[in-house]
Design a protein around this ligand. Structure first.
Ligand code: SF4
Length: 338
């Protein structure tokens, strides 16, 4: 379908040419229902549409139910209020020790260096998070360093969303060096959706940055559907794995997007071809505006049973829910704790 220039553009050019206008997105996909557009305009006033052209290129033209489109197109249902769906479902503001820092789990330290994402996923549990008020400033590093020294049990730093791979390689290098200066940090984990939505982000400079670090680097990407993993995306992910970097995927099980065992089997198999291991399958965090993506626990349970029966164990992601205040993600299968 594409005649886009993005294939010849570097990732920075693609980042500065994101689609933010629902009418443009629907026009590219040759979709015209008026109610789709009016709902999208209304809902995007709360959480803006933001999607890279490279991701749109993986969508089916003329299909309003395309599973990739459903993840990014604002919908009027987002404006409904539902009991139990809140703005901070994981209680992150309470775990926010310093600007940009969340210390939720004993040995892990989560660092948010930017509020920007390349894509706005409509189900995102941080869609209401006050990023701008919470970003670290240059001189906050000293306080962070002291916090880490005061907590020697922390051995892993997680760079998370906003999406850390929207930052320049130069800025990432600065933070890698800072964190590497602390011998207690054994692992640096990067959570990012950018390699999926703008695969050109895996450029030579980034690969060099990953090579020969003092800590082990882990990249956790975020794909929910096999259609997100076209040949180019898979080839790019393999380049990361070739740097001796562990690459995992986390997904969210979402109504109408990937709500069948067949779909999730495809996803796991495609990830494996890209040398990416399925890691987590999250159930939806009950964030305000995402109720229409939620699914009945019984249905999820049945799908997961089928996954277990269809895939070798190493391709079955762990089915989990994050519960505010818990010491770890909560495994769900067979526990009746949905
Ligand atoms: S990329 Fe991650 S943090 Fe950003 S909107 Fe999507 S799910 Fe949320």
């Amino acid at each position: 379908m594409t005649n886009y220039l993005f294939k010849t553009q570097n990732w920075q050019a693609q980042m500065s040419d994101l689609i933010t206008d629902p009418a443009e997105l629907l026009n590219i996909l040759q979709l015209s229902p008026a109610q789709l557009l009016s709902g999208a305009i209304l809902a995007s006033s709360q959480f803006k549409l933001r999607v890279p052209r490279a991701f749109v290129d993986k969508m089916r033209v003329g299909d309003p139910l395309d599973p990739l489109l459903l993840q990014v197109l604002p919908h009027h249902l987002e404006l409904e209020q539902h009991a139990g769906y809140v703005t901070d479902p994981l209680g992150e503001e309470a775990a926010n020790q310093l600007p940009g820092v969340l210390h939720k789990y004993k040995s892990r330290f989560l660092l948010t260096l930017t509020g920007a994402c390349a894509v706005h996923c409509r189900y995102c549990f941080r869609r209401h998070f006050p990023y701008q008020a919470n970003l670290p400033k240059e001189n906050d590093w000293l306080a962070m360093q002291q916090y880490l020294l005061d907590h020697p049990e922390i051995n892993e730093v997680i760079l998370s969303g906003g999406d850390p791979l929207t930052l320049s390689n130069r800025k990432l290098a600065l933070w890698f060096e800072r964190l590497e200066s602390l011998p207690q940090i054994k692992t640096l984990r990067i959570h990012s959706r950018v390699p999926i939505v703008i695969p050109h982000r895996i450029d030579d400079e980034f690969l060099q940055l990953l090579a020969n670090r003092k800590f082990q680097i882990v990249l956790v990407v975020h794909a929910n559907h096999a259609n997100e993993l076209d040949d180019f995306t898979c080839a790019q992910l393999k380049r990361v794995a070739a740097q001796q970097i562990w690459v995992f995927n986390q997904a969210v099980i979402l109504n109408k997007v990937n709500d069948s065992a067949a779909c999730l089997v495809d996803l796991s198999q495609r990830l494996f071809q890209a040398q990416v291991m399925p890691y987590y399958l999250h159930v939806l965090d009950k964030v305000q505006g995402a109720h229409h993506f939620d699914m009945q626990p019984e249905k999820i349970d049945l799908i997961y049973q089928e996954l277990l029966a269809s895939l070798p164990g190493y391709l079955v992601p762990k089915l989990v829910r994050e519960i505010a205040g818990e010491n770890n993600k909560t495994p769900l299968y067979g526990t009746n704790t949905f």
